[in-house]
Design a protein around this ligand. Structure first.
Ligand code: CTP
Length: 399
């Protein structure tokens, strides 16, 4: 799978650099060509000798090598690579990448690279959480660079929290998955709904829910990175929504989501409804702000149309329809019922009983149930990985 793949690894000055030799070894053993580029600071954490021995190539830090008199073109190297991974990526390097600063050789290579770029941050938890770092990460994600989010755990400072670079074995798996999946959804149109809906009570108030939209956004990124044309019908969310290669249709209410989803449904090969659509809306929407008067206020609610059920009714045999079920009790039973009544091909069950799963979380724990009743339960994992599992399951069912 990795045979002949050209992988550029940029190492920056973080203690996590000591883990990269293992990654290089894993890649080389699978037949990849690996070129390591280090920033000057990275040399304090891992030796170039170790890395050049494992990669069978000289490690580069400067464009010009005074010993050999050789000049290495950053442009040629940037064009050479099939994939570039910045790992560990310090807060400083992320900031420079985000702002196009090219004050070392690695950054000039980065600016010349046309291949997919992955980055694995490594830093202390407060540096990671800092709005400046988060903004830089978002900026890079907007360029469709793939964030390999740091894990939570013990940090070199002795503190415990988010900021620990993902383990080399996991970096290896992510690189492998990238090449394995390639553009397997090329030519497919994928419609995804995500986020909550807001049902207006008056001009300033609404009925909503805690959905962050993260699961659907990760799904959109996954399908787009695997070649699909993705339309994301997105309710009001706080998350960054400038996703490369994804057409975003912003909506607010369930009725708007219905209209937008149904407008695209007929042309979609695959539809995944991850949105948390409000089941009811206020019967009346006041034109002006409702004033405080009596001790109690009664709102009369009317049912919204079920988008997924409407799709199930219209679905052609060549279309694949996936729904979500968020359940608190009788989880499997309820999910299976939804699968059949809404005429789905697959349902993704999340249980609120599982810690770390569901609304607003970075992680999720799902069970997939297909039409034949086959169940596949997954561990708790980042939503990005849940999205990859779901894409795998869908792919295996449509080929
Ligand atoms: N859904 C939808 N339109 C609605 C309500 C739900 O398309 N008006 C979709 C959701 O996007 C999800 C699936 O239906 O994919 C199941 O949503 P869920 O809220 O779990 O189930 P409901 O059918 O609304 O049933 P209940 O709230 O009673 O559990």
């Amino acid at each position: 799978m990795l045979n002949g793949k050209k992988i550029l690894i940029g190492i920056t000055g973080s203690i996590a650099a000591y883990k990269i030799p293992l990654l290089v070894r894993l890649l080389i053993k699978q037949g990849a060509e690996v070129q390591v580029v280090m920033t000057p600071a990275a040399h304090d954490f891992v030796t170039a000798l170790t890395l050049s021995t494992l990669s069978n190539k000289p490690v580069l830090t400067d464009a010009f090598d005074p010993e050999t008199g050789q000049w290495d073109s950053h442009v040629a190297l940037g064009l050479w690579a099939d994939l570039m991974l910045m790992a560990p990526a310090t807060a400083n390097t992320l900031a420079k990448m985000a702002h196009g600063i090219a004050d070392n050789y690695l950054l000039t290579v980065y600016l010349s690279a046309r291949c997919p770029v992955f980055f694995a941050p490594a830093m202390d938890l407060d540096m990671y959480k800092h709005p400046a770092t988060q903004q830089n990460i978002r900026e890079l994600q907007q360029r469709s660079h793939q964030l390999i989010a740091p894990a939570s755990g013990e940090l070199a400072s002795g503190l415990c929290g988010e900021g620990r670079m993902e383990e080399p074995e996991m970096l290896f798996e992510i690189i492998k998955a990238h090449f394995k999946n390639g553009k397997r959804f090329a030519g497919k149109k994928v419609l995804i709904s995500a986020g909550p809906t807001y049902e207006a009570i008056d001009p300033v108030r609404f009925i909503g829910n805690h959905s962050s939209g993260r699961m659907g956004i990760e799904l959109a990124k996954t399908f787009a990175s695997q070649g699909a044309k993705v339309i994301l019908v997105l309710g009001p969310v706080e998350l960054d929504t400038k996703l490369g290669n994804v057409e975003i249709v912003p909506v607010t209410s369930a009725a708007e989501m219905y209209d937008s989803c149904m407008a695209f449904f007929a042309e979609a090969d695959i539809t995944v409804m991850s949105a948390a659509v409000a089941d009811y809306r206020p019967e009346q929407q006041a034109d002006s702000k409702i004033k405080k008067k009596d001790e109690t206020l009664t709102l009369s609610l009317v049912k919204n149309k079920d988008i997924l059920a409407a799709m199930g009714q219209q679905k052609r045999a060549d279309q694949f329809l996936v729904g979500f079920a968020l359940e608190t009790d009788h989880e499997i039973e309820n999910a299976v019922k939804k699968l059949h009544t809404k005429k789905l091909d697959l349902i993704v069950l999340n249980s609120l009983a599982d810690e770390g799963a569901g609304f607003g979380k970075y992680t999720n724990k799902v069970t997939l149930i297909d039409k034949a009743g086959e169940k596949t339960a997954f561990d708790l994992k980042p939503k990005r990985e849940v999205a990859a599992d779901l894409a795998d399951a869908i792919f295996s069912k449509i080929v």
